[in-house]
Design a protein around this ligand. Structure first.
Ligand code: PMP
Length: 281
């Protein structure tokens, strides 16, 4: 089943107009929720970010947060007790093609669940990455459907046989991955780019921040350079689907020892405990 404008429907009942502004302009936003054995992980944090993205691009939706939250539960219930993800997007809706917002249009909602196993190989063994210029706009805090710079960077990584592209601005600031946040460890302290317009405020990163505080691992939000990245003892990417995955190479160079480091391992272990707590609760 899919969630289509507030209702659970079959796939055949979804009809998207070629006048949808999502199709013409990428005029919309989305969220990806993690499902662990039928449970939505960090649901409220994802809803907070969703509402923030909607407000940032001035899309109004006709459902209250409670109604939307119930709809997501209903969609998840149709999915059963598997591991997976819930994808949800809103576009500004249907209107004759013109850049400015239409006088009246109704937001179009699409949601669905898909099976997705935990990426155990990446989590256990780590991933290879490349670096790429960060050519994105200055409102990366919005989870916008406009992902062309991200898809181009990810494709570059794929063609290099790597899993993720690490984005670096022309001023030498390392921001995040093409679909993940990036954290490094140096002398026992975790560093990550501060939240703000240059990165997406990752929900997974927030969970890691909470864990670091519980484990009393120093956690500093400040930007760092390519040189600091390459000299890091450990690096990891975080995302809803990848959890916390160790970065073992960058542009073919090993990070630290070239194997997942001890701080990353402690964070991963505690992350898994949070997942187990969700399943137990
Ligand atoms: N940055 C970007 C650009 C992303 O696409 C993602 C994945 N949604 C993230 C960071 C990580 O965010 P989250 O932990 O909320 O999935």
């Amino acid at each position: 089943m899919l969630l289509w404008n507030g209702k659970l429907v079959n796939e055949e009942d979804v009809r998207v107009s070629y006048h949808d502004r999502g199709y013409y302009f990428g005029d919309g936003i989305y969220e990806v929720f993690r499902i662990y054995q039928g449970h939505l992980f960090e649901k409220e944090a994802h809803l907070d970010r969703l509402y923030n993205s909607l407000a940032e691009i001035k899309i109004r939706i006709p459902w209250s947060r409670e109604e939307l939250s119930d709809q997501l539960d209903q969609l998840r219930d149709t999915f059963g007790e598997q591991d997976g993800m819930l994808y949800l997007q809103f576009t500004r809706g249907e209107a004759k093609r013109a850049h400015a917002f239409p006088a009246s249009s109704t937001a179009v909602m699409l949601g669905y669940c898909e099976p997705l196993a935990r990426p155990v190989d990446a989590i256990e063994n780590g991933i290879a990455t490349i670096t790429c210029e960060d050519v994105r706009w200055l409102r990366c805090n919005i989870k916008s459907l406009n992902l062309l710079p991200n898809t181009l960077a990810k494709q570059e990584a794929a063609e290099a046989g790597a899993t993720e592209a690490i984005l670096i601005r022309t001023d030498n600031t390392v921001t995040e991955g093409s679909s993940s946040n990036l954290l490094i460890v140096k002398n026992g302290t975790i560093y990550t780019h501060p939240d703000g317009p240059l990165i997406l405020s990752g929900i997974t990163k927030k969970v890691i921040e909470r864990i670091a505080s519980e484990l009393q691992i120093p956690y500093v939000q400040r930007s760092f350079t390519r040189e600091e990245l390459m000299a890091a003892d450990e690096a990891m990417i975080t995302s809803t689907t990848m959890e916390a995955a160790p970065v073992i190479t960058i542009d073919g160079q090993p990070v630290g020892t070239g194997t997942p480091g001890p701080v990353t391992r402690r964070l991963q272990e505690a992350y898994l405990q949070q997942v187990h707590a969700l399943l137990a609760g």
